[in-house]
Write a protein that binds this ligand. Sequence first.
Ligand code: GTP
Length: 308
Amino acid sequence: MTKRNQGSGGEKKVFRSGFVAIVGRPNVGKSTLMNGLIGQKIAIMSDKPQTTRNKIHGVYTTDNMQIVFLDTPGIHKPNSKLGDFMNKSAESALSEVEVILFLTDVSEELGGGDRFIIERLKKSGTPVILVLNKIDKVHPEALLPIIAKYRELHDFAEIVPISALQGNNINTLVEQIAKYLPEGPQYYPADQVTDHPEQFVVAEMIREKILHLTREEVPHSIAVMIEDMRVQDNGVVYIGAVIFVERDSQKGIVIGKQGAVLKEVGKLARHDIETLLGSRTFLELWVKVKKDWRNQDRVLKDLGFRND
Ligand SMILES: Nc1nc2c(ncn2[C@@H]2O[C@H](COP(=O)(O)OP(=O)(O)OP(=O)(O)O)[C@@H](O)[C@H]2O)c(=O)[nH]1
């Protein structure tokens, strides 16, 4: 539990967070929904070529929740060896997110593409919210028979009709997603712009494991800096990260007896990171003492904090 979760009266306010996969055929309106939800505030969608299979599509943050939307592109293309591999990786991601948004276009017939995706979603065992988009294009009475058709194919956790373009019913969708989010940390700063959204989340995942495993023996002021993150020739994502603490005693706690704590941090964090990235990961961690790192401008900048 972080300090920001503490209400002014001392009562504990619950902060919820989690990962939500967005799936759907091309053109159903995934990007339009992201823009409507997140707008220009957090332009985290990088134009750089994708280095990992699961891309962060957008991050939605309010005072009491953060939703990290993942794009899982592998799910749509079954016809090659690479496709198979991508599918496996998408499937493992789908089974570990809190909830899946399955977006469809109500002005299009339910087709083979949708059925294919629904079969994959079933295998994941994860709750699926059916999002019927583009309701502005059909008569309201047409919705009920469409819903009935989808219901025959899967027992959806929720069904939410929206118009991503006109912004109709988007709040209801967020409320429905929130029902499935566990209590969790704010992975990503609320109002920052970056080309490296994954690095923020990876750093926060590592930090979260340290706080959890050391049971509050180290202060929340510890920081994690991702020094290197790249895809190696063998397809494994290499991540080198430094954990900054303020005192030698804290260094001892984070490393643990014969490195046991740090090893466990690495193991647990790697599991989450592999789900996030959809790739096998090699994680290397160092612990460094940096007195007063919070007061040093340059370090702050390296850690991704900005004053502007
Ligand atoms: N009428 C209407 N059009 C919509 C709505 N949502 C999206 N569109 C339009 O549908 C088209 C495709 O939308 P995108 O958001 O690019 O779809 P996408 O799913 O991200 O597409 P891919 O990137 O190809 O997967 C665009 O022309 C949008 O303006 C909606 O609610 N109503």
